[in-house]
Every structure is written in C-alpha cells, then in structure tokens.
Ligand binder design. Structure first.
Ligand code: ADP
Ligand code: MG
Ligand code: ZN
Length: 461
C-alpha cells in the first residue's frame, strides 16, 4: 500500500526589519502580548497596508533557489474567513497568480519533489487558550510567510522530513529565515494509494510534522484494514496526545470566496529585479556538497551531512581554514554530531566556538592527545566553551601514543577482572573475549580489536 503525501509548508520570513504591510518590527521571543502592533496589523478601519519590498526580494530569493518560474506581477488577494486571530476577517495571500509557479527540491536519493507554487502571505495572530478563556496575541499578525505547496510526490514521513529539512537549510543559507525566531508550520495531505486524502491542518515544527504523518498513515491503514472507507476530510494534530483528530468533513469545507486586495496595487517583477536578487543568492547546500568534494576531497556522506546544516557548514568552513579539511569533516560530522545527538541537543543551542574546535583538532592532528581524549574533550565542549589547550595543560594530560594508551587500558581491565584472568590462565581461551570486551567498552568501541587482543595476550604471558 503506497503512501502519498503532499505538503503546504509555511516559513516565516523573519530576517526583515518590519512586517509585511506595516512598519512594526518583528516581535522578539520574550515580547509581551500585543506590543508589536499598529492600526494596520490590527486592521483598524481606515488603516492601509503598504508592501514591504524587502519581503518581495527575500521571497524571490527562495522562489529562484527552488527553481520556480517567476511570474511578472504580484497581486494579493483576500482569503475570507472568520476567526478571532484575524481581525480583518480575511488573510492577505496570493491566489490566482503565485510569485513562483512549479519548481522542485532534489532529495539525497536523487528523487525530485515537484512544487506547485511558492507564494507570499501574512501570518494571522495567535490564540492562547487559558482554562475557560481564550486570549489573542496580535504580535504575530502581519509577519511575512512564504508558502510552498508540493505536488503529492512524497512517499513517507522520512521523505517529508528530509524535504522540510532541505527547505529550512535553504532559507537559512538564503539569509531570509532564522529558525530560532520562528518555526515552520505545515498542512499535510495524506492518502493511501487508491483512497481519498485527509488533510491535517497547522502542524508546528518538523519533528511534529513527521510524527503526525506516522500517526495518520497508521490510522488510515488500520481503517482500511477493517474494511472501512476513508472519506475526504480535515483533521487537527494534538501535540500532547500525539494523535490526529476529526475537525470537519468535505461537505462543510469553507468557501474562502477570494477577492483581489483592492488596497494594494499590483507590483511588477522586472527582469532587473530578478537579476539583482540572483546576485544576492549565496552558495546553496547542493553547491557546497560539490565544492567540498572537489576542493577538499571530502567523501560524499561527510559533504552531504555537513552541507545539510547551515551551522555545521559554517563551523566547518571556519575550522578548515586552519585544519586539514578531511580531519575537520571527520570530527565535526562523526564526533560533534554524535555528542549533540546523544545529548538530544540542537546545534542551535550550542555556544561552541570555532577557535576551541581548532585547538582541539590541532592537538589531535599533532598527536598531542589521543583520539579518545579528543572525544572526551568534545563531549565537554558541547556542554560549555573552554580552551582545550589550557585544559590539557591544567589536567596534566600526558602526550601518549595510541598504543601506550591501549596498554594502560588493558592493564586496567586485567586488574578489574581477576576471574577472567584466572580462567584464561587455566586454559579457557574464551575468557580473553571478556577482557577485550572490557577494553573496547572503555574506548567506546574505538580501538582496533586485534591490537587489543595482542596487547592482552602479551600482558598475560
Ligand atoms: P486543495 O485545493 O483542496 O487545497 P490541492 O489539490 O490544491 O487541494 O492540493 C493540496 C495539497 O494536497 C497539495 O500539497 C497536493 O500535493 C496534495 N495532494 C493532492 N492529492 C493528494 C493525494 N491523493 N494524496 C495526498 N496528497 C495529495
Ligand atoms: Mg490547500
Ligand atoms: Zn503593525
């Protein structure tokens, strides 16, 4: 049973100075409710919107980067619906003609995910439910969003996650979206081939999107397995329960009765503007992968992993100015990411400083510390910044070779496992497995097992 998924992703364009149609700044994280508002983003009678040109340029960057066909005029429409977070009773969006038509994103498997459209719209306010009350915060009202609608080309939650990841990386590279200031939201359409589709509205954050997809696919398969029919309908996502729930059926689908926004004149997208914007587009992830392979001789996996994270690529490029890029790639991709993932952290949360990484890698490169100590220092660096050089001095870490260090660990293992040693000495060869296992554990599986066995045998003679 093939799964079919199409996404409508909304990304805040939050690296502009002001909102989409007014002069309000974008609210910061700790803003008091309703402090970043004005008559325009509150839709007071008589207020008039004025388009923020920077948003148009930023959205153009994205549409171009996504290989969309740029339309030569921007027209906004009013999407009418009645909701307390929408003081005007309509959302300004693009309807008949989007900024960009078509386009695509290529996944690591080379699979092409086709896009239907890329358009600009305004964010509504936010509802805050508190017990019996519902409060409205209009700080978010009028924050520019770019909506990206895919064709139903995605076939699994993992693919959807990779797609969204690539999208986020692209907007990070383009300098138009800061993931710490705002999160991606999406509507997900899901069907099991040959059956009706279900739309899950307004899921926040891409881990949640993936979870919602997993849940909904299992739910639909279960229903079909019981011989039930899936009717086209809309569902919501409950983050606490991690389940989707019925919202409304197809029959009651809202009629948005779009009309052109008469307060705004059409905006021409000239060839000159497109050329100017193209010049602002920096090197993107897929280009970085190619360059890392060519220029630094990285392997494809290292290049792809590093380029797929804006912050990681930034660190790598800084570090590789001073350190052999292959060594830098290995340590950033395998060790840094290992520690970050183990601690369930996000690269964004780290205060990691490239000068400290450079020091650490220099110590490793010059064989002044062993890889194992290097790994320990990396674990500490993820917790808080410090100078690895100073640390090594303070701790009196001796310059020992890998072999010497292994020997110390083998001696430790022998002292700690008297029984295994006795067994081995009385002819039970298998007891050696226990000892070498203990050593491997101490090295977190990093040592060469043959070498460990050799040293153990030598010591036990
Ligand atoms: P609507 O007009 O109801 O919004 P669209 O045809 O514009 O519907 O499609 C909305 C989203 O649904 C798109 O992302 C599209 O890829 C996706 N979609 C379309 N058909 C299917 C399907 N059979 N299964 C899953 N998703 C689908
Ligand atoms: Mg839709
Ligand atoms: Zn405003």
């Amino acid at each position: 049973m093939k799964t079919i998924i199409g996404l409508e992703a909304h990304i805040p364009i939050n690296l502009v100075d002001t909102k989409l149609f007014c002069g309000c700044s974008l609210p910061d994280e700790n803003a008091q409710p309703n402090t970043f508002t004005c008559p325009t983003c509150l839709s007071m009678p008589g207020s008039k919107p004025v388009v923020n040109k920077k948003v148009i340029e930023f959205a153009l960057r994205l549409a171009i980067a996504l290989n969309s066909e740029i339309q030569n005029q921007i027209i906004f429409s009013r999407k009418n619906y009645f909701y307390p977070d929408l003081p005007s009773g309509y959302q300004r969006t693009q309807y008949e003609i989007p900024l960009g038509k078509g386009g695509f994103v290529i996944l690591n498997s080379r699979k092409k995910v086709r896009l239907r459209r890329v358009h600009i719209e305004e964010d509504p306010g936010a509802l805050i439910h508190k017990g019996a009350y519902c409060l409205v915060d209009y700080n978010r009202s009028g924050i520019p969003l770019v909506e990206i609608v895919t064709e139903p080309d995605l076939e699994s939650p993992e693919e959807a996650r990779e797609f969204l990841n690539k999208l986020i990386t692209t907007v990070n590279y383009l300098g138009i979206h800061d993931s710490q200031k705002g999160t991606i939201r999406a509507d997900a359409n899901i069907s099991i081939e040959g059956n009706n589709r279900v739309e899950i509205k307004n899921i926040t954050g891409f881990k949640e999107i993936e979870s919602a997809l997993f849940y909904e696919i299992a739910r639909q398969k279960q229903e079909l397995g019981e011989g039930k029919v899936i009717h086209q309908h809309t569902r919501g996502w409950d983050t606490n329960k991690q389940t989707t729930f019925f919202q409304r059926g197809k029959e009651t689908e809202i009629d948005y009765s779009y009309i052109t926004e008469s307060d705004l004149v059409p905006i021409e997208i000239t060839k000159e503007l497109i050329e100017k914007v193209k010049k602002d587009i920096p090197e993107l992830a897929h280009e970085k992968v190619q360059r890392y392979i060519k220029q630094f001789k990285l392997n494809k996996e290292d290049a792809e992993t590093i380029a797929s994270e804006f912050l990681l690529a930034d660190l790598f490029e800084k570090v590789s100015k001073k350190i052999d890029p292959i060594l830098a790639a290995k340590w950033l991709r395998r060790e840094l990411i290992r520690v970050v993932e183990y601690n369930k952290l996000n690269l964004h949360d780290l205060e990691i400083d490239e000068t400290h990484l450079i020091e650490l890698l220099e110590l490793i490169d010059k064989k002044q510390i062993t890889e194992r100590i290097g790994q320990k220092i990396m674990e500490l660096l993820v917790e808080k910044p410090f100078s690895p050089k100073e640390y090594v001095k303070q701790q009196g870490i001796k310059v020992v070779s890998e072999d010497k260090e292994l020997e110390i660990l083998c001696k430790e293992a022998i002292e700690q496992s008297k029984k295994a040693v006795d067994d081995y000495k009385s002819g039970n060869e298998k007891a050696l497995f226990f000892l070498s296992g203990a050593v491997m554990k101490k090295t977190k599986g990093q040592a060469d097992i043959k070498k460990v066995n050799e040293i153990l045998k030598k010591l036990l003679k």
